[in-house]
Design a protein around this ligand. Structure first.
Ligand SMILES: [Cu+2]
Length: 326
């Protein structure tokens, strides 16, 4: 009983394929449950039959040891019956598999298009817009409006990755040089965890992604905020920090909208301090940012960002500037 309770509690949560928050995941989980209950029923049935054969039939067999006189008719009825039942069960499972496959493949009008680039070992998220000045880039988090169809156009510049946000959909591979597409449709608000599901190197396990499904209104506010350029630095310290950023190698890899930094090797930092994690690993704070900039490899070994040896004053200024990028 405790086992069943523990198992059933494990089904709920924001990282569970059995707690669907969208119609694709619902189709997957209903197929899963059908398979689960069918297999469970068959398992117990087999156990019952085995015990019956061991204790009941065995005694009967011992009582009539004369093999010549025993009829096999009963046995053949059982065998034929089991074959028929097996075929029917497999057929039902096949149909359920087929219908949920069709539900997953069904397309409709797209409301939001997101380009998702899977890098070793972070996610570049870009909201498409016909007006290039409205294109928004962020990292490691996807915001989507509830009740709308979101199209993810996914590519990878390095190795094969795979996106898996279990509450919303199954896994989809992301392949270098080839675009794969995934449609998402959330039917309730929530914050759902995702993970790269294809081993992609040293920091594969840290390649998580967060999906925030929110009302259209909240989504619009978020998107409008992301479209803003980075806020102007207010204090001397922050101004100095921005200068440090623009004078060093940071601009070879990063963008900060509203400044001269527009490279795209690493994440867009325009609103970096508004994200929950630094480098997708340690909680966002001034200390984490400073530690990350000085030596990202001690936080995330193998990361594709070099360490930087700054004078303490410069590092402090740079950190306080980065902290303003909300
Ligand atoms: Cu990956």
């Amino acid at each position: 009983m405790a086992l069943i309770l523990a198992a059933s509690c494990g089904c709920h949560g924001n990282h569970s394929a059995l707690d669907p928050a969208g119609e694709h995941a619902a189709a997957i989980s209903s197929t899963w449950w059908l398979y689960f209950w069918t297999c469970t029923a068959i398992y117990f049935l087999v156990i019952v039959v085995v015990f019956w054969a061991m204790f009941f039939r065995r005694r009967q067999a011992l009582q009539t040891p004369d093999l010549e006189n025993r009829s096999d008719r009963g046995a053949s009825v059982v065998v034929v019956g089991s074959v028929v039942v097996t075929v029917v069960i497999l057929f039902v499972l096949l149909i359920s598999d087929y219908t949920s496959g069709r539900a997953l493949a069904s397309q409709r009008e797209v409301d939001v298009t997101i380009k998702l680039k899977a890098h070793q070992w972070w996610w570049e998220v870009q909201y498409d817009d016909p007006d290039p000045s409205k294109i928004v880039a962020t990292a490691n988090e996807i915001h989507i409006p509830v009740g709308k169809t979101v199209k993810l156009r996914m590519t990878s510049p390095d190795v094969i990755h795979s996106l898996w946000i279990p509450n919303l959909h199954g896994k989809r591979d992301i392949i270098p040089g080839y675009e794969t597409v995934l449609y998402l449709h959330a039917n309730r608000e929530g914050k759902f965890e995702g993970q790269c599901a294809e081993f992609c190197g040293l920091q594969h396990a840290n390649m998580r992604i967060v999906l925030i499904a929110e009302s259209q209104q909240k989504f619009d506010v978020w998107l409008a905020h992301q479209r803003q350029p980075a806020p102007e630095p207010k204090t001397d310290q922050e101004r100095r920090g921005r200068q440090v950023f623009l004078d060093t190698t940071c601009i070879m890899c990063h963008t900060i909208q509203g400044t001269d930094a527009w490279a795209s090797v690493g994440p867009d930092l325009t609103h970096v301090a508004g994200r929950p994690l630094v480098g997708n690993t340690s909680p966002m704070s001034g200390g984490s940012l400073a530690g990350w900039v000085a030596d990202p490899h001690s936080i995330k070994p193998g990361v594709r960002m070099p360490p930087h040896a700054f004078e303490p004053e410069d590092l402090r200024a740079l950190t306080s500037y980065l902290e303003t990028l909300k």
